[in-house]
Design a protein around this ligand. Structure first.
Ligand SMILES: *[C@@H]1O[C@H](CO)[C@@H](O)[C@H](O)[C@H]1NC(C)=O
Ligand SMILES: *[C@@H]1O[C@H](CO)[C@@H](O)[C@H](O)[C@H]1NC(C)=O
Length: 403
């Protein structure tokens, strides 16, 4: 780490401070993950946010290529003779009376925003020449600019289980109406007694510093998915350790959702599937089993598609921050990405612990001992997220827990 790194870090802090001061001069501003110059450096790579053509399933109509042979010997992309058609995350319109899809289609604004055909997850068959050439022109998290072909390719090659193509198997829910709860970590949940209601959902999403022990009555115990970037996961383990977040949730039926925001995420994901220590990069030597438990298999892990992140940002959370010179810093929060992931995969979605209009009445997180004001990270746009949750709630597309 030479002085250029330090210069970048200072630039970033300055950038964060400036944009925060401009936008939320009365809020406390900071930058998520100050301890990680790596992600900061990659976030600083310039690159315009271009909306990829949506609604076109991967490779439809175009020549499809797949990774052939061993990556270690040549990293060659070869045309593939035969590829199975990827399974869409929704096979048919669900029988739910008030499904997300039905409500969204009935709403004049959201009808234009939602594209339910956008791929949510990425798996081995997406590693094609077309995808590589397209994504390498966009910086992370929306693309692969500057990332190693060998690392990305060898990671994706491991995502070859049918479980990697869908968040969950609809056949496991014969009722045909999959109800999901997404649990953010907001202070609104302190004393909420929503644990039973949360547990009663078919699937429960949690993220980052999701403390459960001691808060079961308020936040429930069920965890179907835990979403994170390696950066936010490791920062949560440091920042919220004092509140009891000493371990990432683990369990037999729990699946992990990797948000690809850096090369670290691909490297960690590969090591997690292989069950071996991280061989390189800023997490070198880390044992993935310490985070994700002993089960090392492709089935345990999901990877969000960079095109999905691009689509969500461009259509749902297009922040004013994108019009500033610091646009490459910007990214929806982990909570926002999980809630929007649920909206594109579940039939009904309830949001708990997300920012509400009266957020100032609550602590930053539900587990703080003394009330702390909500932290506004310079790389997120929490007011825009708050407005989105409010509109989705009003349109009947989500049920936002408020009090
Ligand atoms: C997935 O890839 C791994 C490693 O290349 C291989 O051992 C495994 O058999 C493959 N699984 C499937 C379902 O193709
Ligand atoms: C959480 O709620 C309890 C009572 O319900 C209260 O005593 C405590 O101060 C609250 N914690 C925070 C951080 O607001």
């Amino acid at each position: 780490m030479g002085s250029p790194h330090w210069k970048r870090l200072c630039l970033l802090l300055l950038a964060g401070l400036t944009s925060s001061l401009l936008l939320y001069s009365h809020y406390h501003a900071t930058v998520e993950a100050p301890s990680s110059p790596r992600i900061i450096a990659s976030l600083l790579q310039p690159g315009p946010l271009v909306l990829a053509p949506s609604g076109t399933p991967q490779g439809a109509g175009s020549h499809r290529w797949a990774l052939g042979g061993s990556l270690e010997s040549g990293n060659s992309l070869k045309p593939s003779a035969e590829l199975e058609e990827p399974e869409p995350s929704r096979k048919q319109p669900s029988p739910c009376l008030h499904s997300v899809m039905a409500r969204a289609k009935a709403d004049p604004t959201f009808r234009e925003i939602f594209h339910f055909n956008t791929p949510v997850l990425m798996w081995d068959q997406h590693f094609t020449l077309e995808t590589w050439n397209r994504l390498k022109t966009r910086h992370v998290p929306y693309g692969w600019q500057g990332l190693s072909l060998a690392v990305v390719g060898s990671t994706l090659q491991l995502l070859n289980a049918s479980a990697n193509r869908q968040l969950f198997d609809r056949a496991a829910f014969p009722g045909g109406c999959v109800r999901c709860a997404v649990v953010g970590n907001g202070g609104i949940l302190n004393g909420s007694r929503q644990g039973k209601a949360i547990n009663s959902h078919d699937l429960v999403f949690r993220l980052n510093g999701a403390v459960i022990k001691g808060f079961e009555e308020d936040v429930g115990t069920k965890v179907s998915f835990y979403g994170f970037t390696v950066n936010t996961m490791k920062n949560s383990l440091v920042s919220y350790e004092e509140y009891g977040f000493t371990q990432v949730p683990q369990g037999k039926d729990l699946k992990y959702i990797f948000i690809p925001s850096d090369i670290r995420d691909y490297i960690m994901l590969k090591s997690a599937i292989q069950g071996s220590p991280v061989p390189e990069g800023s997490d070198k030597g880390d044992d993935p089993q310490k985070y994700f438990g002993l089960e090392a298999s492709a089935e345990k892990f999901k990877l969000l598609h960079p095109d999905f992140l691009q689509y969500l940002t461009a259509r749902f959370l297009r922040s004013e921050l994108l019009n500033t010179q610091y646009s490459s810093l910007y990214m929806p929060s982990t909570g926002a990405l999980m809630l929007l992931t649920a909206l594109h995969t579940c039939d009904q979605v309830s949001a708990y612990g997300f920012i509400t209009a009266n957020y100032e009445q609550f602590s930053d997180h539900y587990y703080e001992v003394e009330k702390k004001p909500l932290v506004f990270y310079a790389n997120h746009d929490m007011m825009l997220e708050a407005a989105l949750w409010r509109s989705l709630h009003r349109a009947g597309i989500i049920t936002l827990y408020q009090r």
